[in-house]
Write a protein that binds this ligand. Structure first.
Ligand code: PEP
Ligand code: MG
Length: 749
């Protein structure tokens, strides 16, 4: 038998290339039968609860699409029902054997059939048969089982995309369901972000002669330099100063004598333009990657990025231009926070991403900017969306492609209603956020971009409960200087003064990498993230804290919060850095006040540390997103397990209840700044737990205030006791929804 891994890889690669599913399955059965040297290989696929013969080598072709078996019927139906393989010396002797004359299968005795399982369901059965009376070997069995597992994945996904194509071609309308990212509705054309070819992917073989290749390469370099010039002239992007600095560095690198010599060396040894480019850049990347100093090591990323830019011109590969001036829905395999930051928010009508879930930072930021988002969309479906006008329904996690007139006008009506609800809610701005029994609940907003300062103020936010300082860091091309930070922070602190602004120190790592400081880790969410990173680079932390304190010199409304707190010594070291910053600034003659200090409760261990640190802090804020992720061991960014990510899980609710109770007992200020705070259903429970302060996306604030004004704290406590007895999150949601409907708050759900 052939090497199973290699055979598998070849079969799967071939099958992935084929667009039409019927062609793909024909190819697969042919290749399996030749690799395993069997007389028959057949694939049965599920259709309306029946197994249908869909492809075969060895059985009569005329039987394709005619042989059908339902659960428990025949050997295939038995495998379908039991989800278990059958390996039989002589299939005909099995009690469930069913003979179909039209297949001509009576001559085959040895039988091996394995189920194809996709997301828990049997989507097909793969069968091999031989003339001989023999059981298949363990090796053959293992091979077929492994192949079936991969094939099920391929078929499961491609099956969905072929259905999409079919629906789109017949009526023009097609629906795609993803995972909820951020709520809201958008109607706009889709702009697909195509991944740029990376350095290691360059593999062009054509050779047009030395003279031709030399001019191809140097023309491409010239064109890249011209791109840089025009980009810096037009001052694109939010941070044009830093962008210009980066473009200048790129230009200098590209013109450096070392690189020019390396290009000529490659061309002289008869490499084509692309490969000469690759070789020259790979040498530089290898050189910088081996550096001890992390800053210099990170420079290798500049070379990679630069190589990709030149290659686009060598290959004449003019991918999308990311400048937009009309509203678009941005789509891509992995839309990140940095992608969002690159666009002007007013032209971002919506987000569609394959990776991510409701709690990934992309969704969180989209929500903070009031941009609807659908995540977890099959990557193979994205290409059908490019330049199509679609309806993106972030509330239902649906995308409607080519919506017919009635659907479009229904959605347009919904958009109008949402706008008019917002207008109605605007009258609430001046009204207090308090329950029917007079309990005040402070509502703060979450920010990270300068663009989201205004929405909070316009909606009556009582302060910033969470400023995600890593977002401006991620938009930069280097660690921002103290001065650059002061400029940013001052604008926020001054806009909100005298209201409090809680600035969280850098929370990079996890799914928030810095483009200029890549970190490679097997488990990034459990690794060098948040305070763990900045306590290893106290210079960065000190500079940031200095910048924060300095920015608050005239307003004195700053609170500083530490992310990812998990150990007491982190707080001790963090406080020392704050002390150091204060001492330095006072020594330098600045008149500054010591800010209040707090920690995020988002790593489970921190829950039990609250009473030990209570005298060293002024407040805590619960990061319900990470607390849920770490309590349930569910990656907040992984769409495969997105439906397990649920803050209504009884353990997560209990954790919140414990923290709030403990803080109230210790008279310690406590708030929730994760997404839970902006969910009307969760708010009922948080108030029941005794919480008096919430921080959320500014766009959610008016609805939450409206809901609060319909609640009674006593009823919230009763509901909390009731749901704490439940184990099913859906039941919890139903009870809470019913309650809000009864209270007359239905339209705010
Ligand atoms: C959280 O974890 O709940 C939180 C508010 O922080 P972030 O989403 O930025 O990790
Ligand atoms: Mg967090």
């Amino acid at each position: 038998m052939l090497n199973p891994i290699l055979t598998l890889k070849r079969i799967l690669q071939e099958s992935a290339k084929v667009e039409r599913q019927d062609h793909m399955v024909d190819g697969v059965v042919r290749q399996i039968s030749s690799a395993m040297k069997v007389d028959v290989c057949s694939l049965y696929l599920t259709e309306n609860d029946e197994m249908v013969l869909s492809a075969t080598v060895g059985l009569a072709h005329s039987a394709i699409n005619k042989i059908r078996m339902h659960a428990g019927q025949g050997l295939v139906g038995t495998i379908y029902q039991s989800q278990h393989l059958l390996n039989l010396e002589n299939g005909a002797l099995h009690p469930n054997y069913l003979y179909f004359k039209e297949t001509g299968e009576e001559q085959y005795q040895g039988f091996l059939g394995v189920p194809l399982i996709f997301q828990g369901y049997t989507i097909g059965v793969l069968v091999v048969q031989v003339y001989a009376t023999r059981r298949f070997s363990e090796e053959e069995e293992a091979f077929l089982v492994t192949l079936a597992a991969h094939l099920a994945g391929n078929l499961g996904h491609s099956g969905r995309s072929s259905r999409l194509r079919k629906a789109a071609s017949e009526s023009g309308e097609a629906h795609i369901t993803g995972i909820k990212g951020a709520s809201g509705i958008a109607i706009a054309p889709v702009m697909l972000l195509v991944d740029e070819k990376q350095l290691e992917d360059i593999n062009d073989r054509d050779y047009l002669g030395k003279a031709e290749e030399t001019s191809r390469l140097f023309d491409a370099i010239q064109a890249t330099l011209e791109d840089f010039e025009s980009q810096s002239d037009s001052g694109l992007g939010h941070a044009s100063d830093t962008l210009n600095a980066l473009l200048e560095v790129y230009s200098l690198l590209l013109k450096s004598p070392e690189l020019t010599q390396a290009f000529h060396d490659g061309l002289n040894s008869e490499l084509n333009a692309a490969m000469a480019l690759k070789q020259a850049f790979e040498t530089q990347v290898a050189y910088f990657s081996a550096m001890e100093d992390p800053y210099l090591r990170a420079r290798s990323e500049d070379f990679r990025a630069l190589a990709a830019k030149v290659y686009r011109h060598v290959a004449n590969d003019h991918v999308h231009h990311t400048v937009v001036d009309t509203p678009v829905i941005l789509a891509g395999k992995h839309i990140t926070v940095s992608h969002l930051a690159r666009f002007d928010a007013k032209f971002l009508a919506g987000i569609i991403s394959s990776e991510g879930s409701a709690l990934s930072h992309t969704s969180v930021l989209a929500s903070a900017l009031g941009i609807p988002a659908v995540m977890g969309v099959e990557a193979s479906q994205l290409k059908y969306l490019h330049q199509q006008t679609v309806v993106l329904d972030g509330n239902q996690a649906q995308i409607v492609v080519n919506p017919p007139e009635p659907v479009l006008s229904a959605y347009q009506r919904l958009l109008e209603q949402a706008k008019s609800l917002d207008m109605d809610l605007s009258v609430l701005k001046q009204m207090p956020s308090e329950t029917l029994d007079g309990v005040r609940i402070a509502l703060h907003s979450n920010t990270g971009l300068l663009a989201d300062i205004k929405p909070g103020l316009e909606r009556g936010s009582e302060g910033i409960g969470l400023y995600r300082s890593e977002i401006p860091f991620m938009m930069n091309s280097h660690f921002p200087t103290e001065e650059e930070q002061v400029k940013q922070y001052r604008e926020i602190l001054q806009s909100y003064a005298p209201l409090p602004v809680t600035m969280r120190t850098l929370d990079v790592g996890g799914d928030k990498p810095l483009p200029y400081f890549p970190i490679q880790e097997a488990n990034p969410f459990l690794g060098w993230r948040g305070i763990r990173f900045t306590l290893d680079y106290t210079n960065i932390l000190l500079e940031q804290i200095r910048a924060m304190i300095l920015s608050s010199a005239n307003t004195n409304n700053l609170k500083i919060m530490m992310p990812m707190f998990s150990r007491e010594d982190e707080l001790v070291r963090f406080t020392k850095v704050v002390d150091q910053a204060m001492a330095q600034l006072l020594g330098e003659g600045y008149v500054v006040e010591r800010p209040k200090i707090g920690v995020m409760i988002e790593v489970p261990s921190s829950i039990w540390l609250i009473k030990r640190i209570v005298h060293d802090i002024d407040f805590i804020s619960i990061g319900s997103n990470d607390l849920t992720q770490y309590l349930l061991a569910v990656d907040r960014n992984n769409s495969r397990v997105a439906d397990m990510f649920d803050y209504f899980h009884p353990s997560v609710l209990l954790a919140h209840k414990m923290v709030i109770k403990e803080a109230n007992r210790l008279k310690l200020e406590v708030s929730v700044c994760g997404e839970m705070a902006g969910d009307p259903l969760a708010v009922v429970l948080l108030i029941g737990m005794g919480l008096k302060q919430l921080s959320m996306s500014a766009f959610k604030l008016p609805r939450i205030k409206a809901v609060i004004r319909h609640l009674n704290t006593l009823e919230c406590r009763v509901l909390l006791d009731q749901v704490m007895e439940l184990s099913d999150e859906k039941e919890t949601r139903d009870i809470l929804r019913r309650h809000l409907i009864q209270c007359g708050a239905e339209r705010f759900l």
